[in-house]
Ligand binder design. Structure first.
Ligand SMILES: NC(=O)C1=CN([C@@H]2O[C@H](COP(=O)(O)OP(=O)(O)OC[C@H]3O[C@@H](n4cnc5c(N)ncnc54)[C@H](OP(=O)(O)O)[C@@H]3O)[C@@H](O)[C@H]2O)C=CC1
Ligand SMILES: O=C(O)CCC(=O)C(=O)O
Length: 425
């Protein structure tokens, strides 16, 4: 009896993958990519889905689902973070792995894209449960990862601490210390002081470059930031330090606003001491879903995917959206913004500072070398500015929006590499 087999890619289907494929198709059309290459790049190369038991602090056992997806092997080893969040799925990781391929290509980093994660609510895990979860996830990924195969890093809900545990578990299993297995590690394990803030710093380099091109400046411009984690808090802090006015900032639980600008260092201290954004005495509490409608020059979504959608886009009131998160704007919302003349600077450019410094850290780990922080910071700034100028040139030459331009550059480079290898690996 004949069985109908699913089309390649069906198993990775998700709303975010639909968004990713829509963007890929637009770039593939613009580049007139052949069908074979389109088919190869539209689906991930490999994925691993695991389900493992974890002993909780109260002695009970729970099962957790974890994933790792590698999008293309054409560019070198694969690279991308892993996240802890309640909605992590194979389809979401597949979309984000594809995103990483384009981001690395745009930044000229010698990697294909990967992404992973564990479906969990990290806020409910104790530190020891988190540690066991991370160590077990690292072991489950052994068949796929390696310092010259696939190199994880921090993403939503994970950071230096998880990278330290991950590196230690991997090293124990292979019988030697392998610092190059992850980036975003603690400094003392071969990390860099620059990686933790690199994504947010890179976002601000892009904003500053963009405003400069228009004869404007961060100083005096008005900003709204969604998300006050590693990326959002860093971006808010740097914008404030450059004289920008942060009118509102929010997270999952609420938001705070101040018409003359929030005192960001005081807000960061307040949150570090356990305060909630909405309770910050220096601001007025607003509902989390009101945040997007606060009028500003630059809206910086720095939380999670699909936050600016067809449902709320009419209320968005800004000149620029600079995507610090991955995939925060749906294609339908982006079209609506475009019709109103709002410029969307895409994630693969705006938040590429993190993986760029990861690359520097990985080079250091592989070579046993050490670069000064100032050197890393200036290399990051140069790379961000070069990528911005490259994309801006395509925007002007081809009269396309910023996402299409960035995708044309990135997909074009991956296509060229695939052709140069003579096969489509
Ligand atoms: N870390 C990195 O280097 C990189 C991160 N990114 C992207 O940046 C984004 C943020 O990552 P990162 O800062 O590391 O993550 P963190 O976990 O450090 O912070 C996430 C922040 O977003 C908030 N948040 C989460 N869900 C929602 C929601 N539904 N509505 C409003 N706020 C929400 C969280 O609030 P709460 O605490 O209340 O849950 C928290 O303030 C992600 O999209 C990630 O993929 C991209 C490139 C690199
Ligand atoms: O630093 C890295 O390697 C990956 C960061 C990441 O996951 C991202 O840019 O989305």
């Amino acid at each position: 009896m004949a069985h109908a087999s699913p089309a390649p890619g069906d198993e990775w289907r998700s709303p975010l993958m639909q968004d990713a494929l829509e963007r890929f198709s637009a770039a593939a059309d613009a580049l007139a990519l052949d069908d074979e290459l389109r088919m190869r790049l539209a689906a991930p190369r490999r994925s691993l889905a695991v389900n493992f038991p974890l002993r909780m602090d109260d002695g009970s056992y729970r099962s957790f689902a974890g994933y790792r997806v590698q999008h293309t092997l054409a560019m070198g080893p694969t690279k991308g973070g892993f996240r802890y969040a309640p909605d992590v799925s194979l389809g979401e990781c597949a979309a984000l792995a594809m995103w990483m391929t384009w981001k690395c290509a745009l930044m000229r980093l010698p990697y294909g894209g990967a992404k992973g994660g564990v479906r969990c609510d990290p806020g409910t895990l104790s530190p020891s449960e988190r540690e066991r979860l991370t160590r077990r996830y690292a072991v489950e990924l052994l068949p796929l990862i390696g310092a010259d195969r696939d190199i994880p890093a921090p993403d939503l809900g994970t950071g230096e601490r998880e990278m330290g545990w991950f590196m230690d578990s991997y090293s124990q299993h292979v019988g030697r210390s392998v610092p190059g297995i992850v980036t975003g590690k603690p400094l003392v394990l071969g990390g860099t002081a620059t990686r933790r803030t690199a994504t947010g710093v890179g976002v601000v380099h892009v904003i500053a470059g963009l405003l400069e091109r228009l004869g404007s400046d961060v100083a005096g411009s008005r900003f709204v930031v969604q998300g006050f984690g590693e990326v959002g808090a860093t971006a808010a802090d740097r914008l404030h330090a450059l004289g920008g006015r942060l009118l509102a900032v929010g997270d999952e639980h609420g938001a705070t606003a101040a018409p003359d600008g929030l005192d960001v260092p005081a807000l960061a201290r307040f949150v570090r001491d356990g305060g909630r954004l909405a309770d910050f005495p220096g601001g007025r509490p607003i509902a989390a879903d009101e945040l997007m409608s606060v009028p500003c020059d630059v809206l910086v979504p720095a939380a999670t995917a699909r936050q600016i959608t067809a449902e709320n886009v009419e209320r968005v009131d800004c000149r620029f959206v600079v995507e610090a998160a991955n995939g925060p704007t749906t294609p339908a919302a982006e079209r609506a913004l475009g019709e109103r003349g709002v410029v969307v600077v895409p994630d693969i450019l705006a938040n590429a500072g993190g993986v760029t410094v990861s690359y520097f850290e990985w080079l250091e780990s592989q070579q046993g070398a050490h670069w000064e922080d100032a050197e890393l910071a200036s290399r990051l700034q140069r790379r961000m500015r070069t990528a911005l100028e490259t994309v801006a040139a395509v925007v002007e030459q081809r009269e396309v929006d910023w996402r299409t331009a960035a995708m044309i550059v990135a997909v074009g480079r991956v296509a060229e590499a695939s052709r140069a290898r003579g096969v489509y690996p």
